[in-house]
Design a protein around this ligand. Structure first.
Ligand SMILES: [Zn+2]
Length: 255
């Protein structure tokens, strides 16, 4: 269920390079038939659309990795270019006179729980469901999907409720939950933990470190893990993306 009372201003991303004239001549830029180029959460058209870039926009690219083959205005290729904030554009629409960016390092993320997939991101039935639900049994460990720093570890429920008891459909909020800010500035959120998290705000965590135990605090009618991915910090509904392609692109399929 969606987190309550945490809405804030959406993150603003700066994508444009400030290349000198000489660099600009060789640097990459968007080349379409005229329309905007979609920015995706993963190297595939299955990835969520996170923004667009106008034709001609100069790009600063972090690295390149293989994904869905695309035929674009420049070439047909399986290469996707990762922007500095972790989002992707198809290299089929990127013109350059220099060499392509280096290959991205191999994905190193893991699943947040050893649990089956239960429910998806912003489905027609639950359009405000900003994450996925995994059927984690009560008291099973919940893991950090990648290294990072704990930015939230607290109880989030509607007034007059608490987190140390089972929640229900009548309770609002994420219950006991944790947020991790990762090295690429993305944020992952883990909701409905059974009790106070094992980690504290400001604490660095390693990939695979236990953050707490699955439960049903907050808006939950059965024990499970509600897991969200956000492409920026702080996490907001505006920067939430579908965890399935995001995690799959990092080697951790959730279903
Ligand atoms: Zn959920």
């Amino acid at each position: 269920m969606a987190l309550i009372a945490l809405a804030g201003a959406g993150a603003v991303f700066v994508l444009l390079g400030t290349a000198s004239t000489a660099e600009a001549a060789a640097g990459p830029s968007v080349r379409t038939e005229g329309g905007p180029l979609k920015i995706r959460s993963a190297p595939s058209q299955n990835g969520a659309i996170l923004g667009t870039l106008a034709n001609g926009t100069r790009l600063t690219l972090a690295c390149q990795q293989a994904g869905q083959q695309i035929t674009g205005s420049v070439r047909t290729t399986t290469a996707w270019d990762r922007l500095s904030d972790g989002r992707y554009v198809s290299d089929a629409y990127v013109a350059r006179t220099g060499t392509p960016p280096a290959s991205c390092p191999p994905p190193t993320w893991i699943r947040p729980a050893n649990a089956p997939f239960w429910g998806g991101f912003r489905t027609p039935q639950r359009p405000t469901h900003d994450g996925v639900d995994l059927g984690a049994p009560r008291n099973s460990p919940v893991f950090a999907v990648a290294a990072g720093t704990v930015v939230t570890a607290e109880c989030n429920v509607s007034p007059t409720h608490v987190c140390d008891v089972d929640g229900s459909a009548a309770v609002a909020g994420c219950g006991w939950y944790v947020e991790i800010r990762h090295l690429d500035n993305s944020v992952t959120r883990y909701c409905h933990l059974a009790r106070r998290p094992l980690v504290n705000v400001g604490q660095p965590v390693a990939r695979g470190q236990a953050l707490g135990y699955a439960g049903m605090s907050g808006n939950a009618s059965a024990p499970h893990l509600h897991f969200e991915v956000h492409t920026g910090y702080p996490a907001t509904p505006q920067n939430a993306v579908d965890p399935l392609p995001f995690m799959a692109a990092r080697g951790a399929a959730l279903r």
